[in-house]
Design a protein. Structure first.
Ligand code: CA
Length: 233
């Protein structure tokens, strides 16, 4: 069970999504416009925000801006617009996923499960991965760069952790998308590009010339220098 904030001005959709979420055991707060959404975010803590973009008073883009830089709840943007550039913009602004209306209950719940699972610590024994000045504690879910803690959103962390668990090996695009975003993903290279860029801007000394998260041709990405077995390829 998670605390979820639903920001949606369409009363029918708000009611039905609320019912879907409550039936699956979540605790739900609703906001019918953007200003109410901002107030809820300031006064409560949520694991997840379901955020409509077209809202009265304060639109969803503005709400995403106010979240930037904070310890974030996960955010799934729900929007009727469904255009590719809106999707990219939402991810660029820190959303974890994007769901175009109309969507079914099963699809909504599946997306929520994946996003919430991403925010959970990796099971298993503690494991520390280091490269350059960056230290990742996979069990404690913390990232330190040159002695200072780096704040990452759950999705940023999920992607970094997937790469770091295979340090020195190339992870192909499809495997990364399935690991981080879930089994229905595989072709959304723009998700990867956006999140890799954000990780680089937070972790690399020279984000345009990365040596921590390396692009490996058209195949995928690799964390750190190649492992010896990988060098021949
Ligand atoms: Ca709306």
């Amino acid at each position: 069970m998670s605390r979820i904030l639903l920001v949606e001005d369409d009363v029918a959709l708000r009611t039905s999504v609320r019912q879907i979420l409550e039936r699956s055991g979540h605790e739900v707060r609703v906001a019918a416009d953007g200003s109410a959404g901002v107030r809820e975010l300031q006064s409560g803590t949520f694991e997840l925000v379901l955020l409509d973009i077209g809202l009265p008073f304060v639109d969803g883009w503005r709400i995403l801006e106010t979240l930037e830089g904070k310890r974030l709840p996960s955010v799934i943007v729900i929007s009727a617009r469904g255009e590719e550039r809106d999707k990219v913009r939402a991810l660029d602004m820190g959303a974890d996923d994007y769901l175009a209306k109309p969507f079914g209950a099963d699809e909504l719940l599946a997306r929520i499960r994946v996003v919430l699972r991403r925010a959970q610590p990796a099971p298993g024994p503690s494991r520390i991965v280091r490269s350059g000045g960056v230290t990742i504690d996979l069990a404690g879910q913390s990232v330190v760069r040159d002695g200072a803690e780096v704040k990452l959103s759950p999705t940023e962390y999920g992607l970094l952790s997937a790469l770091a668990q295979h340090a020195g090996q190339v992870m192909d695009h499809r495997t990364l998308l399935r690991t981080v975003w879930g089994p229905t993903y595989g072709d959304e290279r723009n998700y990867l590009r956006t999140f890799i860029q954000r990780l680089r801007s937070k972790l690399e000394n020279d984000p345009r010339n990365p040596d921590l998260i390396v692009t490996v041709g058209a195949r995928g990405y690799r964390f750190g220098p190649p492992a010896t077995t990988d060098q021949a390829t």
